[in-house]
Design a protein around this ligand. Structure first.
Ligand SMILES: *[C@@H]1O[C@H](CO)[C@@H](O)[C@H](O)[C@H]1NC(C)=O
Ligand SMILES: *[C@@H]1O[C@H](CO)[C@@H](O)[C@H](O)[C@H]1NC(C)=O
Ligand SMILES: *[C@@H]1O[C@H](CO)[C@@H](O)[C@H](O)[C@H]1NC(C)=O
Ligand SMILES: *[C@@H]1O[C@H](CO)[C@@H](O)[C@H](O)[C@H]1NC(C)=O
Ligand SMILES: *[C@@H]1O[C@H](CO)[C@@H](O)[C@H](O)[C@H]1NC(C)=O
Ligand SMILES: *[C@@H]1O[C@H](CO)[C@@H](O)[C@H](O)[C@H]1NC(C)=O
Ligand SMILES: *[C@@H]1O[C@H](CO)[C@@H](O)[C@H](O)[C@H]1NC(C)=O
Ligand SMILES: *[C@@H]1O[C@H](CO)[C@@H](O)[C@H](O)[C@H]1NC(C)=O
Length: 287
């Protein structure tokens, strides 16, 4: 740029060209290069399911500073998957406005016979149950067949003539049945959304019930003010910041002036005060 101007004006660059050059290059810088963190934390999807953004982050397509460590989501094929208490859960929906999300145990999506389940637990997570849920309990290898009034959901793939596996809503009924507990595995409890009526539940099988999923809400710093100002939340030096198209701001994109705007203001101030010598000096430095 400097060389071009120098040859065009035969070695001497007039002041006005110089000023215009600075102003335009400043403006261009302000509009063209987007902040890297802002770009990296752009909402992403796995194909299916919701857009992933703060407090969640998609490990395949975003950086860890875009969200909380325990809100790490990975893509399993087209599905977003979160790991809680050693099991994978498919994220079916996320409601950013009220801090809640719907998830379902992934095993029923890719395993024909769910055998190795774990109790679901929210210990050491930043999640809590946000609506009514009921325990759906899985019993494996019982020596007696469950009685009809208990309304068992038979797991045929894990049962034979002498060993019975089933799921049930009221696990206390099983305890009254005097089963011999020697042969059986410990029962496993999984939460189920209570939204549908009992009638509907009775007509479903255990896969369909687990696929309904359940609703959790999360505790995380609120990002709505940053997002309202077109920013994206994330962490910098362990502090929540608002990544904006120009640079990270502390709270919202409207707060504080960016570096580029600042230098433009300095130039205008110099012009006003007609400190031409200083401008000439700056002109040489910038060009
Ligand atoms: C994800 O965000 C994009 C752009 O904002 C939007 O067009 C799309 O509908 C969103 N997808 C979902 C599943 O919400
Ligand atoms: C987040 O903050 C906004 C504005 O301060 C408020 O309207 C909203 O209810 C808050 N969200 C949650 C889930 O607390
Ligand atoms: C959040 O909003 C969604 C959609 O409006 C709703 O289905 C869900 O129940 C709400 N979550 C909570 C915790 O109220
Ligand atoms: C989650 O939802 C429950 C039940 O609606 C509510 O008591 C709790 O305060 C919510 N927690 C958060 C962090 O929003
Ligand atoms: C039934 O299944 C159990 C456990 O899977 C197995 O130990 C047992 O031998 C099987 N019994 C018959 C009759 O197939
Ligand atoms: C279970 O055993 C207890 C005592 O051991 C007995 O009182 C009860 O009737 C038994 N229940 C069934 C359903 O057999
Ligand atoms: C699941 O939790 C129940 C009660 O909280 C417990 O009795 C059972 O042994 C646990 N199952 C496993 C497989 O750890
Ligand atoms: C449950 O019902 C669905 C739909 O009717 C069916 O596709 C699926 O095979 C059933 N699963 C089991 C384990 O019976």
């Amino acid at each position: 740029m400097y060389l071009f101007l120098q040859s065009h004006f035969k070695g001497k660059i007039p002041f006005h060209v110089c000023i215009i050059t600075i102003i335009f290059s400043t403006l261009a810088k302000q509009t063209s290069s987007l902040d890297q963190s802002y770009e990296v934390c752009k909402p992403q999807t796995c194909g299916n399911g919701p857009n992933i953004s703060y407090p969640f982050w998609l490990s395949d397509r975003q950086e860890s500073f875009c969200g909380y460590p325990s809100f790490k989501i990975a893509c399993n094929g087209e599905n977003p998957v979160l790991s809680i208490s050693d099991d994978d859960y498919i994220i079916k929906d996320i409601f950013y406005s009220n801090h809640s999300f719907v998830l379902a145990n992934a095993v029923v999506y890719h395993d024909k016979c769910p055998l190795h389940l774990h109790n679901f637990s929210l210990d050491r997570t930043l999640f809590s149950y946000s609506s009514d849920h009921i325990d759906f309990s899985f019993f494996y290898n019982y020596d007696k067949e469950p009685i009809e009034y208990m309304h068992p959901y038979p797991i045929d793939c894990a049962s034979n003539a002498s060993h019975h596996s089933f799921a049930i809503f009221h696990k206390e009924l099983v305890e009254h049945m005097n089963y011999s507990f020697d042969s059986c595995q410990s029962p496993v409890n999984l939460p189920v959304h209570k939204a549908v009526g009992v009638e509907a539940l009775l007509r479903m099988n255990y896969t369909e019930i687990l696929k309904m999923g359940f609703l959790l809400n999360w505790t995380a710093q609120n990002c709505s003010n940053c997002e309202k100002s077109s920013g994206r939340c994330g962490f910098k030096n362990n502090e929540l910041v608002c990544f904006c198209s120009d640079r990270p701001h502390s709270q919202t994109c409207d707060h504080g002036t960016s570096v580029e705007t600042f230098s433009l203001l300095v130039i205008l101030e110099i012009l006003k005060k007609q400190q031409w010598r200083f401008l000439l000096l700056m002109c040489c430095v910038v060009s």
